[in-house]
Design a protein around this ligand. Structure first.
Ligand code: ATP
Length: 403
C-alpha cells in the first residue's frame, strides 16, 4: 500500500500544489502510482490517518509524507501511545519517504544536506527521499528520544495520585533553557507575527536569561561511559568525570543552552547545532547534547545581572558560529574570558554523546521548567524532572525513512 499524505498548512502552504504537480505525477511516471492521497484537516489528523492504515496494512505500507517535522512528530506520538500508557512503538516497520514542505525541515535537511540555499527549492532536491524509495533503498531506522516528565516525589507518594508520568517521543530535538524559551515565546507571538521574525523577537526577549537546575548525563548502554567531543582531535573521548565506579556525569547550572538531538545535525538547513551527529555516526541509540554553562567563562565568578548581560554577546557568538558549518565547537575562552578560535582555554560549548539525560530544574526558576520536544512545549511540574532516553529500534519494528 503506497499512500501520499500531506499537511496543507505546513511551511508556506505549498504542499498541496507540490504533491499535485510534482510528487504524484513523478511516482506515476516511475510506475509506482500512489493508491490513496490524504490531506490533513486539523492537528492530530495525520496520526489518526496513519494509525488506521497501519492497523489495516501492517508491514505493507509506505507513506510519502509532505510536511515539516511537527507532522512526523504527531504521527510518531499518536502511534506510540495508542495503548494509553507507556511507549508502544508500532510492532511492524513503518516506512516514510519524506517530502520537505515545512518551515525548518530539520530531519530532511540533516538526511539530505543541501549544497547551498538555492538547492532547497529545487524539485529534484525535494524528491530525494522519494527517489530512494523508488530505488528500493531499505531505509534507515529513526532513533527515538523518549522523554518522561515526572511529578515531585511528594506528589508521587500521595495515594490518591493522578497521572504522575507523561511521555513524549521525539525524532529531532529535546531542549530546555534558551531553545525551549524561544519556542515557547514565539508561539505566543504567532498571531501578530506569522513569519520567522517571531523567533528573533523571542530570542531577544530571552537573551540574558540563565536557567537554574542540575543535569545528570547517562551513558549509552553498550559504550557504558558518557563521551565528550574534543575539538582539537575532532573525536570523542571518555568524559573525565566518568569512571568505572560511577558512569553518570553531574553538571551543575546555571545553564544558558541545553539541547539534545537524535537523527539530526541541524535544526534548519544551515543551523548545524549538533554538527558531529552525522559526521561521527553513533554506534548505538544516542543523544548528542550541546550545553553552554556560563560559569565556564573565566571572567565570570558568580551569577549576577551584570554577568548575565555581559554573557549575552558570547552566547550569540556561539549561535552564529553554528550557522558556519557548526564552528561553535571550536570556540574557546582566553584568560580574559573573551571568546576566541584558538588557544588551549576551556571550550565555550560542552558537546556530549550519551544514552540520555535527566533535567532537574530549580523550584524557584520558572523558566527552567520549560521543555521543548520537536517544537512542542511542555512544562515540568514544580519539584518534578524530565528524563530523556534514546531508544534503539528493534529489528522488525520502528519508523524507517528512505535515504
Ligand atoms: N489542516 C490543518 N490545519 C491546521 N493545522 C494543521 C493541519 N494539519 C496539520 N496541522 C498542524 O500543523 C503543525 C505544523 O506542521 P509541520 O510541522 O508539518 O509544519 P511546520 O511547522 O511549518 O514545519 P517544521 O516543523 O519543519 O518547522 C502540526 O503540528 C499539526 O498539528
Amino acid at each position: 500500500m503506497l499512500v501520499a499524505l500531506y499537511n496543507p498548512t505546513s511551511g508556506d502552504r505549498s504542499a498541496k500544489a507540490f504533491f499535485e504537480n510534482e510528487v504524484i505525477p513523478y511516482l506515476q511516471h516511475a510506475n509506482k502510482p500512489v493508491d490513496k492521497v490524504f490531506a490533513t484537516e486539523r492537528p492530530i489528523h495525520a496520526g489518526e490517518i496513519v494509525l488506521e492504515l497501519v492497523q489495516t496494512y501492517k508491514e505493507d505500507l509506505t507513506v510519502i509524507l509532505g510536511s515539516g517535522d511537527g507532522t512526523l512528530h504527531e504521527i510518531i506520538n499518536h502511534l506510540s501511545f495508542i495503548q494509553g500508557a507507556g511507549v508502544n512503538v508500532p510492532p511492524s516497520k513503518l516506512r516514510f519517504a519524506l517530502v520537505p514542505c515545512g518551515t525548518a525541515n530539520a530531519l530532511y535537511s540533516s538526511l539530505f544536506p543541501p549544497a547551498d540555499k538555492s538547492e532547497l527549492s529545487s524539485t529534484s532536491y525535494r524528491l530525494k527521499s522519494v527517489q530512494s524509495f523508488l530505488d528500493n533503498s531499505p531505509g534507515i531506522p529513526l532513533t527515538l528520544a523518549i522523554t518522561t516528565l515526572s511529578s515531585a516525589p511528594n506528589v508521587r507518594a500521595q495515594p490518591q495520585g493522578k497521572i504522575l508520568l507523561s511521555a513524549i517521543v521525539s525524532s529531532v530535538v529535546v531542549s530546555t533553557s534558551l531553545h525551549a524559551a524561544i519556542l515557547h515565546d514565539s508561539e505566543q507571538l504567532r498571531e501578530e507575527m506569522p513569519g520567522i521574525e517571531r523567533f528573533k523577537v523571542a530570542a531577544q526577549q530571552n537573551a540574558d536569561k540563565w536557567y537554574s537546575g542540575n543535569a545528570k548525563i547517562l551513558p549509552a548502554a553498550k559504550i557504558g561511559v558518557v563521551q565528550i567531543y574534543n575539538p582539537s582531535t575532532r573525536s570523542f573521548e571518555d568524559h573525565p568525570d566518568c569512571d568505572e565506579f560511577d558512569s553518570i556525569v553531574d553538571i551543575g547550572g546555571p545553564f544558558a543552552y541545553f539541547l539534545s538531538t537524535v537523527n539530526v545535525d541541524r535544526l534548519e538547513p544551515a543551523f548545524q547545532i549538533t554538527p558531529v551527529a552525522r559526521k561521527i555516526v553513533p554506534s548505538e541509540a544516542s543523544c548528542d547534547l550541546m550545553i553552554v554553562c556560563p560559569l565556564r567563562d573565566p571572567s565570570i565568578q558568580m551569577d549576577s545581572p551584570e554577568a548575565r548581560t555581559a554573557f549575552t554577546s558570547k552566547l550569540w557568538k556561539v549561535l552564529h558560529a553554528a550557522y558556519e558549518d557548526g564552528a561553535h565547537l571550536q570556540l574557546r575562552y582566553n584568560e580574559k574570558g573573551e571568546v576566541v578560535t584558538d588557544g588551549e582555554g576551556p571550550t565555550v560549548v560542552e558537546y556530549i554523546r550519551c544514552g540520555g539525560w535527566e533535567w532537574l530544574p530549580d523550584d524557584v526558576d520558572e523558566n527552567a521548567h520549560l521543555l521543548c520536544s520537536d517544537g512542542t512545549i511542555s512544562t515540568i511540574e514544580k519539584g518534578g524532572r524530565a528524563v530523556c532516553v534514546a531508544a534503539t529500534p528493534m529489528d522488525k519494528a520502528g519508523f524507517y525513512v528512505h535515504v
